[in-house]
Design a protein around this ligand. Structure first.
Ligand SMILES: Nc1nc2c(ncn2[C@@H]2O[C@H](COP(=O)(O)OP(=O)(O)OP(=O)(O)O)[C@@H](O)[C@H]2O)c(=O)[nH]1
Ligand SMILES: [Mg+2]
Length: 296
């Protein structure tokens, strides 16, 4: 947790977070783009800005787009809803979803796709072309919930899901009730990371592989964000009610003692403390949080 480590950690995120297979996924998506009628951009409702792929317009051009915010059950709805309104004002269609619920989201999505296709088909008819069965591209950062969304739409497990980035490795077509076809894709990020906050937000919500992350930096970031925006949750979970640059080691010590993370000699096992904090966020034990706050 030294300052040197901090600098190195930020660099590490910058260097390692865009593995070659993401470039390949983008190339494959580009090749298939002519077939696509609608793009569903899957966004994590807890980071409604940071989890939007920054160069997506270059990739999917002007294809009609629907933004689906997953994990609505885990976010701070008051804050996330501000982003929904912002994106709607920018002209996007936006849906917020809790994919753990047993509601029939296929009707919701079908309706949005039908709306978009009415326009698409009108243009096709004008050109003398027949109606299309919609082909829908699902894109998003790693771990956003793309494959979960597809399984929910189909009504059974047709693609693998998992609470870590990089679960989907290939592009695959899936048919939904004869209504439309979906293209599941591996999560993608963008090559140049110029916003440090975005990197830490993506890291906090497991869009970046753990083995390339400075985990102590990520857990400290999480603690500071909780202190700044959700102090009651910080207090409730960790018994901590104040954090600044000076007392951060004491904070880790206090959390370590609270959770019994001790090594021989009564010293604190910092790796364990870091794991607890990261897993609390990863597994959604701390709910009602959004780390992108408009006007902040
Ligand atoms: N609580 C909650 N968990 C969700 C929701 N949607 C997805 N998840 C969880 O998020 C994790 C990632 O889901 P995936 O569908 O595998 O994500 P993905 O975007 O396909 O990830 P990659 O294929 O790795 O890019 C899984 O543990 C899901 O159970 C949601 O609305 N609420
Ligand atoms: Mg997937």
């Amino acid at each position: 947790m030294s300052n040197d480590n901090k600098k190195e950690g930020v660099n590490k995120i910058g260097i390692n977070w865009y593995p070659g297979h993401m470039a390949k996924t983008k190339r494959l998506i580009s090749e298939k783009l002519d077939l696509i009628d609608v793009v569903i951009e899957v966004v994590d409702a807890r980071i409604p800005y940071s989890s939007r792929i920054k160069d997506l317009d270059n990739l999917v051009k002007n294809k009609p787009r629907l933004i689906v915010m997953t994990k609505y059950d885990l976010c701070d709805r008051k804050e996330t809803d501000k982003w929904v309104i912002k994106y709607q004002n920018e002209g996007y269609k936006v849906l917020t979803l809790d994919l753990t619920l047993n509601t029939s989201i296929d009707k919701l999505i079908s309706k949005e796709i039908d709306d978009i296709m009415t326009e698409v088909n009108a243009k096709r008819a004008f050109k003398g072309l027949s109606k299309n069965k919609p082909k829908v591209l699902i894109v998003g950062v790693p771990n956003a919930g793309k494959s979960t969304l597809i399984n929910r739409l189909v009504g059974k497990k047709v693609v693998n899901v998992g609470n870590k980035p990089g679960v989907t490795k290939d592009l695959s077509w899936i048919r939904v009730n004869n209504n439309f076809e979906l293209l599941d894709t591996p999560g993608i990020l963008w090559p140049k990371l110029d916003e440090e906050k975005v990197a830490f937000n993506l890291a906090s919500f497991t869009a970046i592989k753990e083995d390339v992350l400075p985990l102590d930096e990520v857990s400290t970031y999480i603690l500071k964000m909780l202190y700044k925006y959700y102090p009651l949750k910080l207090k409730e979970r960790y018994g901590v009610d104040f954090i600044d640059e000076e007392n951060i080691v004491e904070v880790y010590d206090a959390i370590g003692r609270k959770f019994g993370c001790l090594i021989r000699g009564g010293n604190i096992d910092y790796d364990k403390v870091i794991n607890i904090i990261i897993n609390d966020i990863k597994n959604g034990y701390i709910k009602g949080i959004t780390f992108d706050l408009l006007n902040n």
